[in-house]
Design a protein around this ligand. Structure first.
Ligand code: MTE
Ligand code: MO
Length: 203
């Protein structure tokens, strides 16, 4: 019986313990980056792209691609968790925080619906996307975000299941009444907290 055997066992237990801390219940780790899209990949030319804040606001705001890219960006490294059970640790993004986009917006709304090229929507409470919790990301691992992963820009809400991170996002509509988005209408959980395993309606 060698010390090596004992220390390998010890390292094994430690690894599992560290993994448990970062991987929500029912999830497994992937090294690659799976692509999950409910339809074809839209390819909007940057000259035609814009990002809009609308709905229950004092006046809508729209940024062209150049204007959007001139806003202050942040680099964030986060773990992401898909409801189909894959998790990917330590992904690095750059994007404009939703706090920055909502700066100076006067609204009584408590919810928003993110909408995308191609018609995808997802709903989020404003509380869940403000205070440094969500970004409109344009860069992934130092490169412009690829079309398959939502480029030119996608919502990034890493503390919720990844279906809330709308790819090809074009706008945020602020609403006073919560409205289910695409997957939420089809039975996915309204909130989608991976740490509470809020996968489907009724979880
Ligand atoms: N516009 C749009 N956004 C979307 C989706 C989609 O089908 N269309 N799929 C969602 C789901 S279910 C997941 S898991 C992630 C997948 O992102 P990825 O393809 O970059 O891994 O995007 C989310 N955002
Ligand atoms: Mo997903």
């Amino acid at each position: 019986m060698s010390g090596g055997f004992i220390s390998r066992g010890f390292r094994g237990r430690r690894r599992r313990a560290e993994g448990d801390v970062r991987v929500p219940p029912g999830q497994y780790l992937v090294e690659g980056f799976p692509v999950l899209s409910a339809g074809p990949t839209p390819r909007t030319p940057l000259a035609e792209w814009s990002l809009t804040i609308e709905g229950e606001v004092d006046g809508p705001r729209t940024w062209s691609w150049e204007e959007f890219r001139a806003l202050p960006s942040e680099e964030v490294t986060r773990d992401i968790h898909c409801v189909t059970k894959w998790s990917k640790l330590g992904t690095t993004w750059e994007g404009v925080s939703v706090d920055t986009l909502l700066e100076g917006v006067d609204s009584a709304a408590e919810y928003m619906v993110a909408y995308s090229d191609g018609g995808y929507t997802t709903n989020l409470p404003l509380e869940g996307v403000t205070g440094g919790k969500a970004w409109v990301a344009h860069t992934y691992e130092g490169e412009p975000l690829s079309p398959e992963h939502g480029g030119p820009a996608r919502l990034l809400v890493p503390h919720l299941y990844f279906w809330k991170s709308a790819k090809w996002v074009r706008g945020l509509r602020l609403v006073t009444e919560d409205e289910p988005g695409f997957w939420e209408s089809l039975g996915y959980h309204n909130q989608g907290d991976p740490w509470r395993e809020q996968r489907y309606w009724g979880d």
